[in-house]
Design a protein around this ligand. Structure first.
Ligand code: ARG
Length: 226
């Protein structure tokens, strides 16, 4: 990684988990999505070259805090536990944990999840919240899509996952629906090592510029239709 030379020039390494459309996903050999575009725009503002490292979601915080990556962009929710290990930039998107069920399911809302088998992506906020549901059995998958497929195959009763990937996955798998009531409201931000205040400041300045110029809305609009 390039923590040392994150001043001018050099490489800016982004850690992500490209299993989370529309924020990051594979398109052929490339990793694309809202976060990839935001990271490219930030690298551009800093005069640096972006390099994307794809890894398990639960490895991202360690990669950033250990200096293997300069920043984590992964639709990552600002969360008090994570703040013990990394800093977060200003937020760049609002999100919610949503519940996906099969059409015809008797689960109509959060309260009906008691005692159910709930699928989540390992290490996500969906995992953390599902864990708190009374008598629920939490099934953890490496990819959100695997949880959704397990739901379709009746191996589990519901999936708890962020709203935007929920829409993509539900559209790709027949017979599923997303419940109206969100489980949580969250905000996404960029994870940066605690000892790298210099980069944190630069990223926040770059983000502010992207917000002011309308470029951030443009990036989001490219992947999410209003
Ligand atoms: N927002 C959730 C979290 O922070 C899920 C993020 C999953 N991101 C990913 N690229 N797989 O835990």
């Amino acid at each position: 990684a390039s923590g040392e030379d994150s001043g001018s020039g050099g490489t800016l390494v982004m850690a992500t988990n490209a299993e989370f459309p529309p924020y990051e996903y594979h398109e052929g050999d490339e990793i694309v999505g809202i976060d990839a575009d935001i990271a490219a725009a930030i690298a551009d503002e800093l005069g640096m070259e972006l390099k994307i490292e794809d890894m398990a979601f639960e490895s991202i915080i360690t990669a950033v805090s250990g200096g293997k990556a300069d920043m984590g962009l992964a639709g990552m929710t600002v969360d008090p536990d994570r703040l013990k290990n990394v800093n977060f930039s200003d937020t760049y998107a609002e999100a919610a944990q949503m519940i996906i069920v099969k059409e015809g399911s008797d689960i109509a809302g959060v309260d009906d999840l008691t005692g159910k088998k709930i699928g989540v992506q390992l290490g996500t906020t969906g995992d953390i919240y599902a864990e708190d549901i009374e008598d629920a059995e939490v099934e953890r998958y490496n990819k959100g899509m695997e949880a959704v497929q397990a739901l379709q195959q009746d191996k589990i009763d519901a999936v708890v996952i962020d709203g935007e990937p929920a829409k993509v996955f539900a559209a790709e798998n027949e017979g599923l629906k997303i419940l109206d009531e969100p489980l949580t409201e969250e905000e996404y931000a960029i994870a940066i090592a605690k000892d790298n205040d210099e980069l944190l400041e630069k990223v926040n300045t770059a983000l502010a510029n992207l917000k002011d110029s309308g470029k951030l809305d443009e990036i989001i609009g490219k992947y999410i239709s209003a």
